[in-house]
Design a protein around this ligand. Sequence first.
Ligand code: SAM
Length: 301
Amino acid sequence: MKISSSVFWNRCLSLLRISLEPSEAVTELNWIAKHVYQASSPLSLIDKKIERMCFLRGAKHMPLQYLLGSQPFGSSLDIKCQPGVLIPRWETEEWAIKICREIKTGVPLSSIKIADLCTGSGCLALIFSQHLENCEVSGIDISLTAIRLAQENLVRNARSVGSHGSISFSEGDIFELIPGKTLPKQLDLIVSNPPYVSECEYNSNYHTELSVRRYEPRLALVGGVEFYQQIFNIAELTNSQAVVCEIGGQEQLNEMAKVVSRTNWILGAMCDSHEVVRTVIGIRRTSVDWLVLSNLFDLEI
Ligand SMILES: C[S@@+](CC[C@H](N)C(=O)[O-])C[C@H]1O[C@@H](n2cnc3c(N)ncnc32)[C@H](O)[C@@H]1O
């Protein structure tokens, strides 16, 4: 279907209201148009639908992933996104791929038990299961909306994930988990992207975009050092050999390092491609199998 150049530029202008670069606005408009065409909407409604989506994006600041309904993650996962559940971020994808690669080539175990604490859409549980042979992944989240979406994402990505492992998702508060009951008794690895934005950062326009505050759940974002402390407590209770968590920068890393036992854990951190401290890696001091993860340390704590 052809549209006039004035309609095209009006739509781009709507998108430019959320301070995109002109080239980004054109790209987003193309994605929106493609999405509407692929949804096989009746021809008479296509224009109206595109217009409405540009309005929601530009004037109402709705994240593109909620409008399009999904976000690619890793090489071939397609994660369904919906308001009420955090949209997977590129930073998370980046560290998850690096960790999977290192485990695949360097951890000499024939099977691995993993917990993905604060699983949200299930993106981490899915990518680990996709990349690692013979692993059993338990994804846990306090939000039932998130757990339902994670289960949908498992079905949606069944082909990409394959059948070399098992994944289960369940509702649970990480501050109340009981190994052997609400969590496997013994684990090898804990991965987590917990809520780590401070109250102050959450309320600042500089740190947290309006679109995030308006549409993504506060529960998924606001949190602090208590989450890292609890994740390492769970690692102790389940005799986990390694812990990998996303973190919000150097300052938070320093705070976290104060609450985790150095007697039991070798701690290091990885930076993301924007040079921000983004991932903390803990390796149990007695563990030989997982020592290979220290290859990824950009800094030792
Ligand atoms: C930053 S999001 C991460 C989601 C997903 N893992 C990702 O990387 O996109 C944090 C998640 O933690 C969950 N959460 C918050 N408090 C929790 C708690 N006490 N126990 C378990 N999950 C919690 C939220 O519901 C949210 O889904």
